[in-house]
Structure formats: structure tokens, C-alpha cells
Design a protein around this ligand. Structure first.
Ligand SMILES: NC(=O)c1ccc[n+]([C@@H]2O[C@H](COP(=O)([O-])OP(=O)(O)OC[C@H]3O[C@@H](n4cnc5c(N)ncnc54)[C@H](O)[C@@H]3O)[C@@H](O)[C@H]2O)c1
Length: 535
């Protein structure tokens, strides 16, 4: 049977102790220099932390031949048996959904959180519109409903001593790092918030890298970045997966240089996004200096409330925020429609953004956990399943909303952000499809997840919560530093706008015929959608 990771070897396995006979990281040298030293000794030898009886051996065993890696035929992937995965930010929108998914799949899941998001949402006078249980109750419900034990500690990632103790105790084989302030507007409120966000995000990640080096250097780090790190270049230059491909060249003044292997330009769009770019450089450097391994995941905005596990019991639900500082675009549109107020598009609505549904994001993370980078490898993954224009997304929500008995209206409001209203967007995203991820967009439309959202958010007790927060939806935080609620520019009925502007292009297979025809690709992958600020 075909698997997507059976041919990976000990080089990718977090159970391979590369200090077997050479302390790679102590030398602080480049990979080439290390190989030179190894050549003198003959071969590279490792020890397997899980199978010490093997002694020292060459790191050439494939996952498909190793008894520690078992085939999960549902996912066409080999999984490391009871792999220890630590989720930082486990109480959050994505962290909790991932914890349940992985625990349900048989992973040994642990996690930390310091409730920064619960506190920051409360601070702006809001709350999650989908009620969530306290962590103790969540863990109990996971045990009762799924029969899983998730190990949890309340720890601030910046608390190095507490993190050191917990990492030493658990010795995670993969670390998913979600534990950051996740939204742009919160970082733009004022100087205190900008500093708070950058301190938490940048210093949290920096400290974590030192701890990984010290305690679990073989563990793979899945670090969450965002598509917003790239911005949206007006030239239409493709957004490669973080690093230029080998054949990219720079031409200037009749001369030419290779760009292959260099980090691509970043053009962040808020102080939050700047924190993610700073993380990118810190993670990149740590992989270079210490042979750590990491996927830096440039994730599109996530929408939805549904996954197999989340829907099993109300106590297992994950949070959903809609206030101006924490809400994201589709989640907000559905909430607005449920309570009968217009969907709010910022500016023209011609902005194009990458997105994926919550359960798609969880599947991507699972696939990346099963395919760890090699020791020393810093890799970037563009995690999106479709590109959508914001005003088209409003149309999708309107269509589904009408089918569910609502009366949707769309309004364009002043854009509080500094961002291009009209821009091309070409996103390369081949690494996840290579690992077996099939984006939902071409096959099952965004409508399906939006339908799930209407079913949940339309329940009377949730509708009541949305109503109570409606005064917090309109943006007041402007990128120019002033505080002024956005004015409505116009209101219109869904279905009254012609297609206009640029069309996004998502390339999931380099060299495929369809990749040369942007419009055709987009029409198929991103059926009608629209946009505003997304995260
Ligand atoms: N949701 C999206 O649309 C989206 C898109 C792109 C990237 N991301 C990234 O994914 C990650 C998770 O996003 P989310 O939507 O789940 O956000 P979230 O706020 O719901 O989750 C983040 C969790 O991390 C915790 N946390 C923050 N700082 C911490 C610290 N110092 N110590 C311990 N815990 C801490 C928070 O309390 C929260 O529970 C973030 O890094 C975000 O930037 C999210």
C-alpha cells in the first residue's frame, strides 16, 4: 500500500540519537564541516532511543521497515507508536482541536497554556461565543468521551524553569508551538499591546529554542507562522514556501545570481505579523547552529467549529471569537448573519487570502508530525487549501445563510488596516499535497463547513452570546494609531456584484498543466469567496 512517509529514514526520526558517536551540535560547524569529520571516522553511527538494544548503527532504516513506525491505513501514513507530542497553547482555538485529534489517534499528548487568550479576550470585554469548559473539565470530558488521558500543565512558555522541568519530564518527540498572541488588531491597539505581543511571541519562541537544544534536540518543532508574513506583493511574484527554489535567479545590471535556498522576502502587515517574521529568523538560526529541525508553517486563516472529536460533546468544543481584536473573517461573517446584522467587509473586499477549514488544518498538522524534517533542516510549509477573495467569501456565507433561513446583507466599511485593496496572489503549496493532504476546496466547497457553523452558532444560547457582543465587532483600532469606529461605505444585497479585480492562484503541483493557467486553477479551487482582514 502507498504511504506518504514510508521511505523516510532514521535521519527524520526523533527517536534517533545523533549523538551516538559524534556530538554534532557541540562543534558549532556547518553541515559540510561535520561531514568532513565524520568521513574520517568512516560512517555516521546513531543510537535509537526507543530500541537501545540495537547499539550503534547507520541511520538508514526506513520507517516502513522499523517496528516503531506503524502503518495507519486510514491516513496512508506511518505513525511513531504512541509518539509523544507536546502542544504549546493547548487551550486555544487550534491547540484544543489538535489535542483531541491526536489523542484520539493514539498519540501521547501533553500540553501547556497560561490562558493568555482567555485573558486578552476578557480584557477587551468579549468572550468566546461558543462556550468552552475550564481546562479541568475539558480533560475530564476527553477521558469520558474519547477514553484518552491528556497531560496538562498551566505554564507560561516564557517561564524557562517551568518549561525546562516539563520538557525534561515528558521528553516530547514533536512540539507544536501555537502559544502566541495570534491576532493583528490586538497588536495594533497601542504601544503596550504591541510590546506585549512581540515580547510574548518572539521571546517565548527564542527561549523555547534554547530549551529544545538543551533537552530534546531530536524533537521536531512545528512552529506556527502565518501567510501574513509574506504580505501580498503587488508584482504578483509567487509566494514560494519560504525559501527560493534551486533555479530562482536574481538579475540586475546585466548580471545574474542564484537565489536558490535563500529565504524569500517577508512583508508583514502588522506588529503581530512582524513578531512571526522575527520568529522565522530565530527558528532558522537555531536549526543552522544546533541542528534542530523545524517546520515553520505559514498558515492561512482558519474558519469553522467542526472536527470529528469537537462535535462529540459540548464540553469538547473549541473557542470561537468574533470581537474586532480576536475574530477572523468567515467566523465573523457567519456570526453577523446569525444575529441579522450585515457582514462587514473591510475596504473593497478585493483582498485575496489563503484559508483552510479547522479540520483541514488539523489534518495538515498530523501529516507534518508524521513526516519530521531531517536533523538540521529548517523547512517552510504554506498551509492553505484555497485562496479566496473576501467579498466572494461573503457571497458564500450569504448563500448558505439563505438556505438556512437567514436574511444576509453585506456591508463594506472603512478599512482600519494599511493593506493593498487590489493585488494579485500566487501561492505555492506543494509540500502538504506531497504528504497526502488533499485540499477540500476543489472537492467539497467551503459551504460545507459554513453549514456546520450555522447549525452551531444558530443555537439559541449561542445566538444570545453573539448578540451580547455585537457592539465589539465593528473595528475601532486603526493602523494609523487612532481610535475611531469604521464608517459604513455601502450596503448591498448578496448576488448583486460582478466578479472583478485579480484572481488568486494556488499551485499545488509544480510543472502540472493546470499550474500554468491561474484563472482555471483558481476557479476550481476557490469557488466564489470574498474578504476582509483575516487574522
Ligand atoms: N487561527 C488562525 O486563523 C491562525 C492563522 C494563522 C496562524 N495562526 C497561529 O496559530 C497559533 C494558534 O492560533 P489560535 O487561533 O489557536 O489562537 P488562540 O489564541 O486561540 O491559541 C493560542 C493559545 O496559546 C496560549 N498562549 C499564548 N501565549 C502563551 C504563553 N506565553 N504561554 C503559554 N500559553 C500561551 C493562549 O492562551 C491560547 O490558548 C498562533 O500562533 C497563531 O498565530 C492562527
Amino acid at each position: 500500500m502507498k504511504s506518504y512517509n514510508g521511505d523516510l529514514t532514521c535521519w527524520n526520526c526523533p527517536a534517533a540519537n545523533l549523538k551516538g558517536n559524534v556530538d554534532f551540535r557541540a562543534c558549532g560547524q556547518s553541515k559540510q564541516a561535520i561531514w568532513k569529520n565524520i568521513d574520517k571516522a568512516g560512517t555516521v553511527m546513531i543510537e535509537c532511543i526507543r530500541r537501545p538494544e540495537l547499539g550503534h548503527f547507520e541511520p538508514t532504516i526506513k520507517f516502513e521497515h522499523c517496528p516503531e513506525w506503524e502503518l495507519d491505513s486510514d491516513h496512508d501514513l506511518f505513525k511513531l507508536r504512541s509518539m509523544r507530542v507536546m502542544i504549546l497553547g493547548i487551550d486555544g482555538y487550534l491547540g484544543w482541536a489538535l489535542a483531541l485529534k491526536l489523542a484520539n489517534l493514539g498519540y501521547s499528548v501533553s500540553g501547556v497554556d497560561n490562558y493568555n487568550t482567555r485573558k486578552s479576550v476578557e480584557e477587551v470585554g468579549a468572550t468566546t461565543v461558543v462556550p468552552i469548559a475550564a481546562m479541568a473539565e475539558r480533560l475530564q470530558a476527553a477521558k469520558e468521551v474519547l477514553g484518552v488521558d491528556i497531560d496538562y500543565r498551566e505554564i507560561d512558555v516564557l517561564d524557562l524553569d517551568a518549561m525546562r522541568r516539563y520538557l525534561t519530564e515528558i521528553k516530547p518527540e514533536a512540539i507544536v508551538h501555537y502559544a502566541e498572541y495570534p491576532r493583528a488588531p490586538y497588536s495594533m491597539i497601542d504601544a503596550e499591546h504591541a510590546i506585549k505581543v512581540q515580547k510574548n511571541n518572539v521571546l517565548g519562541t527564542l527561549g523555547l529554542l534554547w530549551l529544545i537544544k538543551e533537552i530534546v534536540p531530536e524533537s521536531s518543532l512545528l512552529k506556527l507562522g502565518t501567510m501574513g508574513e509574506y504580505g501580498s506583493p503587488l508584482t504578483g511574484r509567487p509566494l514560494f514556501e519560504g525559501i527560493f527554489p534551486a533555479d530562482a535567479v536574481l538579475r540586475w545590471d546585466n548580471r545574474e545570481w542564484s537565489l536558490g535556498g535563500e529565504l524569500t522576502p517577508r512583508d508583514p502587515v502588522s506588529f503581530y505579523h512582524v513578531s512571526k517574521v522575527q520568529d522565522t529568523f530565530n527558528v532558522y538560526e537555531a536549526c543552522k547552529y544546533w541542528w534542530l529541525r523545524s517546520y515553520d508553517i505559514m498558515q492561512g486563516f482558519i474558519y469553522g467549529v467542526h472536527s470529528e472529536e469537537l462535535s462529540l460533546d459540548p464540553r469538547l468544543r473549541t473557542r470561537l471569537d468574533i470581537d474586532e481584536c480576536h475574530g477572523t473573517v468567515i467566523n465573523r461573517f457567519v456570526s453577523e448573519t446569525v444575529i441579522g446584522i450585515p457582514m462587514t467587509i473591510y475596504g473593497e473586499g478585493e483582498q485575496i487570502r489563503g484559508a483552510l477549514a479547522l479540520d483541514e488544518a488539523m489534518e495538515c498538522m498530523h501529516r507534518l508530525i508524521c513526516c519530521p524534517p531531517e536533523a538540521g533542516q529548517y523547512d517552510v510549509v504554506n498551509q492553505v487549501s484555497g485562496l479566496h477573495k473576501i467579498k466572494d467569501l461573503a457571497e458564500i456565507v450569504a448563500k448558505v445563510g439563505k438556505e438556512k433561513g437567514y436574511d444576509p446583507v453585506i456591508s463594506r466599511i472603512e478599512n482600519p488596516r494599511v493593506e493593498a485593496d487590489y493585488h494579485p496572489l500566487e501561492v505555492i503549496s506543494t509540500k502538504l499535497p506531497e504528504r497526502g493532504f488533499t485540499p477540500r476546496a476543489p472537492h467539497v466547497s467551503v459551504e460545507e463547513e459554513v453549514g456546520h457553523m450555522f447549525d452551531l452558532l444558530g443555537q439559541p444560547h449561542i445566538k444570545e452570546r453573539i448578540n451580547a457582543l455585537k457592539h465589539l465587532i465593528m473595528p475601532k483600532t486603526r493602523w494609523d494609531g487612532t481610535k475611531q469606529q469604521s464608517e459604513v461605505i455601502e450596503q448591498y444585497e448578496p448576488g448583486m456584484r460582478e466578479k472583478s479585480g485579480h484572481t488568486g492562484m494556488l499551485v499545488s503541483e509544480i510543472g502540472a498543466d493546470e499550474a500554468s493557467n491561474g484563472d482555471a486553477v483558481d476557479a476550481e479551487r476557490a469557488p466564489a469567496a470574498g474578504a476582509t482582514s483575516t487574522s
